[in-house]
Design a protein around this ligand. Structure first.
Ligand code: PXP
Length: 246
């Protein structure tokens, strides 16, 4: 299972002062050196953290992979077509939200996402759709030719009881298996951290984790190298090691 680091919040700190430090691009290059499999950035319409300069420099300098998170809107689609990230992860975006709150409702917006995927594919950009672990949404995503899905893990991460957590974990496991059977790549992310990742890693079918806030927060205390390596060690130790029988 691979681990891509989301560096949006390095840009959040930079933008707090409107100056150049800390630079998310330098941070991403160091994270690569410490072993992450890719870098994720969300180019929001309001540019609250990552900006176009960051995306273009990352495209030029990264040796691993660039996953560009984005809303399916014309302006950002044009940038993605030009920059050609290794993956465009489409997310629903609301201006007022603190972070992405839920998955895309593909079923209710089939034509919109079909067109967005087609336009990105025409520029040779593979596409992932950020969706809930819901079989009907996955079927709809496959139907419109997405290459990957990214399963929203927010409900799992925010579960208020063990029962709720394991119930959601099962839902994610079934969803991931279903998506794999349909031939889709399966990523997952949102709210994953050094504690909840241990149970999460019992799911075999996920190709890649997209983790940001927990690792960036930990890096403030222990440094980026240790923060990245601790996560990589957990992945190595717990992947496939289910504590329960499923
Ligand atoms: N995946 C998607 C689609 C997201 O929007 C985010 C948040 O930027 C993440 C993964 C990473 O979430 P977190 O920062 O909670 O690890």
């Amino acid at each position: 299972m691979k681990f891509s680091l989301n560096v949006d919040h390095v840009a959040t700190v930079r933008n707090a002062r409107g100056e150049n430090q800390p630079d998310p691009v330098t941070f991403a290059l160091m994270a690569e050196k410490f072993g992450v499999d890719g870098i994720v950035v969300h180019l929001r319409e309001d540019r609250r953290h990552i900006n176009e300069r960051d995306v273009r420099l990352l495209r030029e300098l990264l040796k691993t992979k660039l996953d560009l998170e984005m809303a399916a809107v014309d302006e950002i689609i044009e940038i993605a077509r030009d920059v050609q990230p290794d993956l465009a992860t489409l997310v629903p975006e609301k201006r007022q939200e603190l972070t992405t709150e839920s998955g895309i409702n593909v079923i209710d917006n089939v034509e919109h996402y079909r067109d967005a995927i087609k336009t990105l594919h025409e520029a040779d950009v593979p596409v992932s759709l950020f969706i809930e672990p819901d079989l009907a949404q996955i079927d709809a995503a496959a139907e419109i030719n997405t290459d990957f899905i990214e399963i929203h893990t927010g409900i799992f991460a925010n579960a208020e009881s063990e029962d709720e957590m394991f119930e959601e974990l099962d839902r994610i496991r079934v969803a991931a298996r279903h998506a794999k059977k349909l031939g889709l790549g399966v990523n997952a992310g949102h709210g994953l951290n050094y504690v909840n990742i241990k149970e999460f890693l019992s799911i075999q079918e996920i190709d890649e984790l997209s983790i940001g806030h927990a690792v960036i927060s930990h890096a403030l205390f222990v440094g980026l190298e240790r923060a990245v390596k601790e996560m990589l060690l957990l992945i190595e130790k717990y992947h496939g090691a289910a504590k329960r029988d499923f």
